[in-house]
Design a protein around this ligand. Structure first.
Ligand code: ZN
Length: 424
């Protein structure tokens, strides 16, 4: 029975882990940054060893997955090549007793890696939310047995190819290439920070909003590649003690609603200067969430959400009686802490971002609101913005790009004092 080297962190847990990571700062060396660069190879197999490889966990661990390669392929295990061929038709891969059962081709104790020759992608058909989701991935597909009898899929590929598969999922297709360039620098830096912090884990990032949304080669666009090539290797850094520079955890969000907010007020911990917030931004006015209509939640829903959280102090809480904003943060006055009081008078204080995730981030677009008590319900009124409000505002970036700002200028606007440098 093969045991995995690490344990996975899922959902809200990953969100909490990201908060903790803010405190860890990796100091690295950078070369100075001049801007535009010549075009670079789009083929993952031609990207040199200087481009870091990123390990992306695909979906959730699963019992079964189908894979295919429309071209020459190779399957490799710990002890070398297991099989190869000119074309791999759809093959079912399952886990059994700690082994990976690769169709009728092989049963392997331990992880296997499947790759196409050259830049031929690996096709994956995976059940996501009860539906089959077919995607194509550049680089290598690592399939590992987990300790609870499932298999874990990890796409290992060069950072720049990963970014091309992220940008078009994070921004709208019609948006300006300079907004894409800003997003490329920000997404690259974000992934590099995660990668540095997760060296002892079996993956660096997830393919969902837990990290950054990544859809593989099939979701790449010409604009995404143009932005990746123009910003090749460029990352956002800031000065730390001793005159050294460190990678900035480049938080970003959809719509700030008028003003960005300090990272520490949202995630806790210390706030590096470029994430101190208070960047005025009415540029996101065109976002449908610049102002959002009143959201009504039943107290019963809030009670259930807190009790399902798994947190000891929250599960002890009885039926919710009152929900109030206990503290606000930043110039804009976003809710920083929420006080919840139960019908027995017991009260707890939560970070508003955590409260938002618990009651449903899809229901509550941001933490910028007032709370009105309406008997068995609460109403969130005066809502502004979409997302946590820290760092770059994507709708604002699009407006600035459409009005003549360059990608690098946009990054510097939302992270004041940041220095752009080549990480490779
Ligand atoms: Zn904004």
């Amino acid at each position: 029975m093969t045991k995995p080297a690490t344990r996975a962190v899922h959902g809200a847990g990953a969100w909490m882990a990201r908060m903790v990571l803010m405190a860890s700062v990796a100091v690295v060396s950078f070369s100075g940054c001049s801007c535009e660069r010549p075009r670079r190879p789009r083929r993952a197999d031609r990207m040199g060893a200087e481009v870091p490889r990123v390990r992306v966990k695909l979906g959730r661990d699963t019992r079964s997955v189908a894979v295919a390669v429309k071209g020459p392929w190779r399957l490799v295990g710990r002890e070398g090549e297991i099989a190869s061929g000119k074309r791999l038709d759809w093959t079912q891969v399952t886990a059994a007793g700690g082994n990976v059962v690769f169709g009728r081709i092989a049963t392997v104790n331990g992880p296997v890696e499947l790759a196409g020759a050259g830049d031929v992608p690996v096709r994956v058909s995976q059940a996501v939310g009860g539906k089959a989701r077919r995607r194509r991935y550049r680089g290598t597909l690592r399939i590992s047995p987990t300790h609870n009898g499932a298999i874990r899929l990890i796409n290992v590929l060069p950072m720049e190819a990963y970014l091309a598969g992220v940008l078009a999922n994070e921004l709208y297709p019609s948006w300006h290439v300079e907004a894409y360039k800003a997003q490329a620098i920000v997404a690259r830096t974000y992934a590099l920070v995660d990668r540095n912090a997760r060296r002892r884990y079996d993956y660096d990032v997830q393919d969902s909003q837990g990290s950054q949304v990544y859809g593989g080669a099939g979701t790449e666009t010409a604009t995404a590649w143009e932005a990746v090539e123009a910003t090749w290797g460029v990352a956002a850094t800031y000065r730390v003690a001793g005159g050294k520079r460190a990678l900035l955890k480049t938080y970003y969000h959809s719509t700030c609603g008028g003003d960005t907010v300090a990272a520490g007020g949202v995630f806790g911990g210390s706030t590096p200067a470029p994430l101190a917030g208070g960047t005025k931004c009415t540029y996101c006015r065109k976002s449908p969430k610049y102002r959002w209509p009143t959201v009504v939640l039943t107290k019963r829903h809030v009670t259930g959400a807190l009790q399902r959280s798994g947190s000891a102090s929250l599960t002890q809480l009885g039926p919710v009686w009152r929900v109030e904003v206990a503290a606000r943060t930043g110039r804009s006055g976003r809710a920083e802490r929420i006080r919840v009081v139960d019908t027995a008078g017991k009260s707890v204080l939560l970070r508003s971002g955590y409260w938002r995730i618990l009651v449903g981030a899809s229901k509550v677009p941001s933490t910028w609101f007032d709370i009105e008590d309406r008997g068995d319900r609460i109403a969130l009124t005066g809502g502004r913005g979409y997302g946590h409000g820290v760092g770059l505002c994507q709708w604002g970036a699009q407006y600035l790009a459409a009005h003549g700002k360059r990608g690098e200028e946009i990054v510097r606007y939302y992270y004041p004092g940041v220095e752009l440098a080549r990480a490779y």
